[in-house]
Design a protein around this ligand. Structure first.
Ligand code: MLT
Length: 275
């Protein structure tokens, strides 16, 4: 029987995974995948905005939030396997998928491998390119810095890139929450995730094969995956819409939830009405 609510545990691909499941069983399903090194609580505002009309599922990627780390090395392929095993365990044959940044890398890989399992795709503040050699090197340096200086320093280094400068005046609650998510992620998970991000493969060359409707959202001031990266993805997918979120950096869903949720709702409502 389906369990509803927050922080439900399920055994998936040899780990205990934590997830939230809200909304009616009969409603269309939307699964949200968070960014690095955050957790499912970053989707709280989207859960609230959608749960009256949709079955909204958010989950903690392994090693993040309340999900177990497991024993094997991380890779985007492993995260995709976790997602598909999770959908199988919940008996979800098809879903709309929404991923932010690392969540978008997972969503893009999942749809490339299993197109039949997804009805639509929302890509938020993400990119289809793999890491350039300098980016890979930076990730290895980040691992060294965590070992030397700890996770608090990592959080302080990441925050100015995750949020737009203005958000430091207007979104202090979200900044505190994100810092907490980062410092609560274990070092082992950070090392393994940075390895997975550095070794991920590109998905740009397969984007023309994506036939389902795609919504691309990006914060106007996103420094990590900027609007140019979003625009490049948009050009590769015939059935895609690009919307730039104002007053937002990389975490556009947290920085401007009103505009983000409006675009999200408009998109999923259109898909639902077409069915
Ligand atoms: C994220 O938000 O998931 C990360 O910024 C992704 C990345 O570092 O490539």
């Amino acid at each position: 029987m389906r369990q509803t609510g927050k922080n439900i545990n399920i055994k998936v691909n040899n780990i205990i995974q934590s997830y939230n499941d809200e909304g009616s069983e009969k409603a269309p399903v939307i699964i949200f995948i968070h960014g690095f090194p955050l957790n499912k609580s970053m989707w709280e505002s989207q859960e609230k905005a959608l749960k009256d009309n949709y079955r909204v599922i958010t989950y903690d990627i392994r090693g993040h939030g309340n999900s177990e780390l497991g024993t094997v090395d991380f890779s985007i392929d492993l995260f995709v396997k976790d997602l598909l095993s999770f959908m199988d365990a919940l008996k979800i044959e098809k879903t709309i998928i929404c991923g932010l940044s690392m969540g978008g890398y997972i969503a893009l890989n999942a749809i490339e491998k299993h197109p039949e399992r997804f009805t639509a795709l929302i890509l938020s503040d993400t990119n289809c390119a793999a890491d350039a050699p300098e980016a890979k090197e930076k990730r290895m340096k980040t691992i060294e810095s965590i070992k030397e200086n700890g996770v608090e320093k990592l959080a302080n280094d990441l925050l100015p890139n995750l949020f737009a400068p203005e958000s430091f005046k207007t979104n202090s609650k979200e900044i505190v929450a994100v810092k907490e998510m980062i410092v609560n992620t274990s070092k082992e998970s950070l090392y393994k995730s940075l390895g997975a991000l550095a070794n991920r493969k590109e998905t740009c060359s397969k984007m023309a094969e994506i036939k389902v409707p795609v919504l691309i959202l990006v914060g106007q001031e996103d420094k990590i995956t900027p609007p140019e990266a979003a625009s490049a993805m948009h050009k590769k997918m015939a059935n895609s819409i690009l919307q730039i979120i104002s007053n937002a950096g990389h975490l556009s869903n947290l920085e401007n939830p009103e505009e983000f949720n409006n675009q999200l709702k408009k998109f999923v409502d259109t898909i639902y009405q077409q069915k």
